[in-house]
Every structure is written in C-alpha cells, then in structure tokens.
Design a protein around this ligand. Structure first.
Ligand code: PMP
Length: 424
C-alpha cells in the first residue's frame, strides 16, 4: 500500500517528487523501446497457432467445393457450422467473410448510410445521424462514425455495460439516434461483461428510430483468462422482445488465430441478411475460402476453439498478473489511480487523476514506452476528464512488461504529484 498522496504536505510532495524524478531518470537512461499501444499478440502467442499454416494439403470443403476457386459468398459450410456451435447462433444467420470484422462493421455502416434498411430513408439523406458510444470504448468503432460524419454521443460505462437508464432515455427521445456500439464481453478497454439485464434492456428498449441497430461486436467472446463470463443470447432477447432485426453481430478469430489472417463473420436476422447478401454479392464473388478452410481444420470444432483459448489464456495470464500486481503494489492506496480487473479480454483500463492522462502518456513516451494515446478510447479522442489510459499487455514479453509497468506507475505518481504541487 502506498501512502495517500493527496494528503501530503507541500514539503512531503517535494520530497516525493525528488525521489520520483530520480527513478524516472534511471528509466530514461535505460533507453527503453517498448510498445504497449495496441492489443497485438506477441510473437510467442502467434507461434501457438502456427499449425494453421500447414492445413491445406487438400483444399476441398466438406460439401465437395474446391476452395481455391470463386464462389461461396456466405462462407464454407464447416466454418459456418463451427461458429454457429461456438457462439450459439443459427447457421442460417451467419455469413463468414474475410479476415477482418472491423471491415464487416465498416461495410455494414456504409450500407445503412448509403442504402438504408427495411425501406427506411438511407442515413446519408437525413439531416443528422447519431450513434451512442459507450465510453471508454474501442477507438476504431469511433473512427468509423467519424469517417462518415455520424455524430457520436458518449454514454458512461458501468460494471454491467452501458448506463442503460441513459441509453433508454436517449433512444426513446431522438429518432436521429440510429444505433449503438457494444463490445459485450470483456469490453475494450475495461473488460466489462454485459449483464443479462443489460442485454434484455438493449433488446427491448423503445427506440424513436425504427431502423435502430445494435452493432454487437463480440470480439472477445471466447477470451476468458481468469474465469468464464457468460453472455446472454442477444438474438433470442431481441426476438422475444419483437425486435428481430435490431442486431448486427460481429466476431472474428483475429485474437484467436492470426490478426492478419483470421476469419471474421457477420450474423443477423434473415431479413437483414437478405439485404447484406444483395450488396455483398456486388462487392465480392466470395471471400478467402482457403483461409476459412485452414482455420477450421486447425480449430476443428467449438471444443477445439475452447482448448486453443485455454492455451492462449495460459500465455496471457502471467501478463495480466504482472499488470494487476504492479498496479496494486505501486498505486493502491495512493489515491492516484483506480483500474479494472478484467476476467478476460485484452486490456486493463486505468483512471488517473483528472487532467493527468496526457501527461502520463507523454512521460512514458519520453522514457521509451509507447502507450495508447490518452483520450483514444473516447469519441473524437476527447476524454472529458483526461484521466483514462488503456494498458495493452499482450505484445511485450513478461520481462519487458514488468519494466514498462514499473515505469508506468512512476509516471502516474510523477504526473499526480506535479498536478498537486501546481494546485498547492
Ligand atoms: N473489435 C474490437 C473490440 C477489437 O478490440 C478489435 C481488435 N483490436 C477488433 C474489433 C478488430 O477486429 P478484426 O481484426 O476482426 O478486424
């Protein structure tokens, strides 16, 4: 336990600062070059999936199709079956695409923007289109909105998902609000798992916009590290509530196999899939079936994916332990930070004192540790309190991570002490 810095006198703070300056200079002298900015797997994690590279001696799919050739817009049957079993989604609802779910999300947003859905006005023709953005959230979701000029409305996150009182109120009042971004399991960056009640309320809420869509990005749906969180079936909840077309569900194996050569899917109701197929069939004759085939041959079935995820969890757990233990040892009781303790996923989210996040990231950068930019997890990159920092522990080795986390904690303390000294 550290001492509560906010209770220190000016003299004590100055003493503290001198010690921190000395420690910080020590790190600068080490010429570190570490990257904790993006949620990328490390080389050793990627190696665990290498057998996928040798799975194509035979390239005929289970229904006798030559995977080298054109065709198969919806994906090969064995891939659709595997994801159906893994995620509990009807096979008929799934289209398996290329290597990126972000790409599928961008296309989905573009289709709604350009063509509209269900006979409603295409969003591009409306005077304003708004999206709810639970924040902190995934920066690339927000960039999709920014790219299309869709106005983003931040919604605070709670430990059960977005603040649903606020969501319900906003969507009931404003028909320009056309959707919401959701990362329902081990959210990026906080690791929040949506409760059953949150799923039910999202599915059933009354929306002023008849073409309201939930972008359900289950990117970390099978990424349990400490314990498994269960997620309620959003399709079942939407159907039960009489809103069967409300959800566009996305998933990929980017963080299961290879981020550069994984397999992504979009799933939705029959009505939505009909529209998606119509436009997708103009866009492409078919996605990379060889990649789908080798991925499925390696993962085999839903149990094979779970087995593989246990391997990855064993690789990632020590890294999460390092992050959480170092934060606890260095910052608990200082009053300078609070952080999430995710049970899975790829990130830990740290809140430092208001007005200090940019300073912490800059200090770390000057000492050779690259962190995700402060504010990146908020719409327009604007963290209203300049306090949130995303820690992405997966890429560095354990030794590098330990060092980077110690430096990070020194930077948090230094920025916090500097801020207090300014105000005293
Ligand atoms: N969604 C979330 C929440 C993510 O964190 C990421 C990867 N960082 C993605 C989507 C990207 O997925 P893909 O590689 O399938 O495009």
């Amino acid at each position: 336990m550290g001492r509560d810095i906010s209770k220190c006198s000016r003299a004590e703070l100055q003493e503290c600062k001198a010690e921190l300056d000395r420690r910080y200079a020590g790190y600068v002298a080490e010429n570190l070059k570490l990257d904790m900015s993006r949620g990328k797997p490390s080389g050793s994690q990627l190696d665990l999936t290498n057998p996928v590279l040798n799975k194509l001696e035979n390239y005929i799919t289970c229904d006798g199709i030559d995977a080298r050739n054109y065709g198969g817009l919806e994906g090969i049957p064995e891939a659709r079956r595997l994801f159906s079993d893994l995620l509990g989604i009807d096979v008929d609802k799934i289209i398996v695409g290329g290597n990126s779910s972000l790409n599928l999300m961008y296309d989905a947003m573009m289709r709604l923007y350009v063509f509209g859905t269900g006979g409603h006005t295409p969003w591009r023709k409306l005077p304003a289109v708004k999206f709810l953005c639970p924040s902190p959230g995934y920066d690339r979701h927000f960039l999709v909105c920014e790219d299309l000029g869709i106005e983003m409305i931040p919604v605070p996150m709670t430990e059960n998902g977005p603040d649903m009182d606020m969501v319900e109120k906003l969507v009931a009042e404003d028909d320009a609000i056309k959707g919401i971004w959701c990362v329902p399991l081990y959210s990026n960056p906080q690791g929040v798992c949506y409760s059953d009640e949150t799923v039910d309320r999202l599915a059933a809420m009354k929306t002023a916009a008849p073409d309201f869509r939930i972008f359900w990005d289950n990117a970390y749906g099978v990424h349990h590290i400490y314990r498994e969180c269960k997620l309620k079936d959003i399709f079942g909840a939407c159907e039960a509530a009489g809103n069967p077309n409300r959800v566009l569900y996305f998933f990929s194996t980017s963080k299961i196999t290879f981020p550069g050569a994984g397999v992504a899917l979009v799933a939705s109701s029959a009505e939505n899939l009909k529209e998606i197929r119509k436009h997708m069939s103009v866009q492409t004759i078919g996605h990379d079936k060889l990649n789908q085939l080798r991925t499925v041959r390696y993962l085999k079935d839903a149990e094979g994916v779970r087995r593989h995820m246990r391997l990855l969890a064993d690789e990632l757990r020590p890294k999460f332990d390092i992050v959480l233990n170092t934060l606890e040892r260095e910052l608990a009781g200082t009053g300078l930070a609070c952080w999430t303790k995710p049970l899975g996923g790829y990130f830990v989210s740290v809140d430092v004192p208001d007005g200090c996040a940019k300073a912490v990231v800059a200090l770390a950068q000057q000492a050779g540790v690259k962190l995700t930019g402060a504010g990146a997890a908020f719409p327009y990159k604007k963290d209203p309190r300049d306090r949130n920092i995303r820690i992405a522990p997966t890429y560095p080795t354990c030794e590098e991570l330990q060092k980077a986390m110690e430096l990070f904690c020194v930077c948090v303390k230094l920025a916090g002490v500097n801020k207090l000294l300014e105000s005293k």
